[in-house]
Design a binder for this molecule. Structure first.
Ligand SMILES: Nc1ncnc2c1ncn2[C@@H]1O[C@H](COP(=O)(O)OP(=O)(O)OP(=O)(O)O)[C@@H](O)[C@H]1O
Ligand SMILES: [Mg+2]
Length: 216
């Protein structure tokens, strides 16, 4: 079982969008997946409740202390995807502690990247005492299609010395449109969105598999 957290204290960076699409993507590949809503705001819960036939299992765990029980509770799943809360430091810390991989969606603006500074500091401090666990990756999120990333974005990201996923998630209407129906891009007719989501899942599985091979 692997635990993947999608975290960023900055609101609106795409955490819930990436969590729900990633969870669905893993589910469609035949894995058993538990989606965890760690945000008291309850967006993933609202998303899930929008329809009766959501194939994903979801639980709410919005108290940091309860996060410790996740490993045992979810032992029978292949993947747990945690949709992170904005701002709640204790919750973010608790998610980092239980995770194998932390994904940090950031919008391509230096302000958004700088806003991740405390999260990155905390992550690195954790990695130092745990021999590198959890792994972490930035994901560029809500990137306007066709724009080239400016040098200021690359410089801001480089400063963190943390890997960035090759696959970026573009700003596309299909994300909010499908979310409004409790769905994901996998149930929409938008090849570009499906392709980028699939590539991101491939990359994430690659990171987790590489880590497993290293341990073995
Ligand atoms: N790739 C995208 N393209 C278009 N709209 C997007 C995209 N990603 C997210 N959005 C929209 O932007 C808003 C914020 O996204 P989302 O809720 O996923 O962010 P969040 O980080 O979970 O926010 P919060 O911190 O409030 O939990 C939502 O309305 C969502 O539908
Ligand atoms: Mg959210």
């Amino acid at each position: 079982m692997s635990i993947i957290s999608v975290l960023n204290p900055k609101g609106g960076s795409g955490k819930t969008t990436i969590s729900t699409n990633l969870a669905r993507s893993l589910h469609d590949r035949g894995y058993s997946v538990l989606l965890v809503d760690s945000d008291p705001q309850g967006s993933a819960r609202d998303w899930h409740a929008t329809r009766d036939d959501n194939p994903l299992e979801l639980i709410a765990l919005d108290r940091p202390n309860n996060m410790k029980t996740l490993g045992t509770m979810a032992a029978n799943y292949d993947f747990v995807v945690i949709d992170g809360a904005a701002k709640l430091e204790d919750m973010i810390a608790a998610c980092i502690k239980v995770s194998d991989l932390v994904l940090i969606p950031v919008q391509p603006s230096p302000y958004d990247i700088w806003a991740a500074s405390d999260l990155v500091d905390f992550l690195k401090a954790r990695q130092e005492v745990t021999d590198g666990k959890p792994q972490a990756r930035f994901i560029l999120s809500r990137v306007v299609d066709g724009t080239r990333l400016g040098q200021e974005i690359r410089t801001a990201l480089d400063e963190y010395a943390l890997p960035v996923c090759t696959t970026a998630i573009a700003q596309r209407q299909v994300y909010p449109q499908t979310a409004a129906e409790g769905r994901t891009v996998y149930e929409a007719d938008n090849g570009k969105a499906k392709d980028e989501s699939n590539l991101l899942t491939d990359e994430i599985l690659g990171v987790l598999n590489a880590a497993r091979r290293e341990v073995a």
